[in-house]
Write a protein that binds this ligand. Sequence first.
Ligand code: IPM
Ligand code: MG
Length: 393
Amino acid sequence: MTAADKIEAAKERFGLLLKEQLERVEKMKAQGGFIDYKALDRIIIGVCAGDGIGPAITRQAERVLQYLLKKDIESGRVEIRDIEGLTIERRAAENAAIPPAVLEEIKKCHVILKGPTTTPRKGDPWPNVESANVAMRKELDLFANVRPVRIPEQGIDWTFYRENTEGAYALGSKGVNVTEDLGVDFTVVTTQGCERIIRAAFEFARANKKTRVTAVTKANIIKTTDGKFLDIFREIAAEYPEITADDWYIDIMTAKLVDEKRRKDFQVVVLPNLYGDIITDEAAEFQGGVGTAGSANIGKRYAMFEAIHGSAPRMVQEGRDIYADPCSMIRAGAMLLSHIGYTYEADLLYRALDVCTVTEKKLVITGRDTGATGAEFADYLMDTIEKMKNEEA
Ligand code: IPM
Ligand code: MG
């Protein structure tokens, strides 16, 4: 093929991608409002245990949910349903990011608690299937990735609103090698995609009496897509005059998060996908590591709750999965409870987590047999909640 032919082939490929993205825009335009859980007779919580340490920690989070929702599970108002098959073995065998039959089961639920899933990378024995996380976020249109980081003793109370369906991730596995020497990836931003995530961040701020929303971009360099995100941020900010809106570039923002004097001032942060991915790992590290952080992936019809870390296959190989810290998944469970309207139960759980991991700390998780198992920790947590309930009664 001549260079000119290769350019033509790349253009054709690009044209198809643009068409798909414009179809996505039309879907977003046609979308209604958020689902109202209160109006449902029955809420179905699907549980996908995942790979590696996923089953070990997800089962503990599931036990805690079963305990907190006991009454409503018995009455039939809530169902917790195990969904099998979101494993790397099955995904590899079917060469699918999410096996179609599994996706169908997932779509029958309202919310999903999902354990970490393995994302193949070069050198792995698996075919190069797309990340199950990324696929699920796209398939269920979970556009808001909400990641709170709280360190009360340091005055830190951040909520990150990471855009979850666009940016560098939208076509992350669809770049083009135009020639052997030239590779091009694409970053995608849409008016609808920016509006819905930025509005979600401001609505959260307003509902929770937060006084500041910060946008993070690199709009000085990535002028078209980050520029659009920032323009829309300013437009929407004008509708929330009681909230201070400011913006930072991603490089200086990563630095400011380390600045102990300034970082307390951030409250709600809204940002495109890749910057959100990076900065939320940094932020979680201050709180005690990615193992402590949960993450909510929220769309209008579906929502999915997960840990922000990976499946840690090495822990399983070394037989240490029972010692893996289930706090990230339990926190994801707390976010799930609050999202579907069980705010009292969610609050109990957050408070008990503080007791068990900060103030009382009768058990410590070390990730190996020098510490407690995940099951022992979950028992301790449920005992603590039981005591708190009795004291309050
Ligand atoms: C996250 C993870 C995922 C991401 C990976 C596992 C695909 O890092 O949830 O932050 O990049 O979004
Ligand atoms: Mg990440």
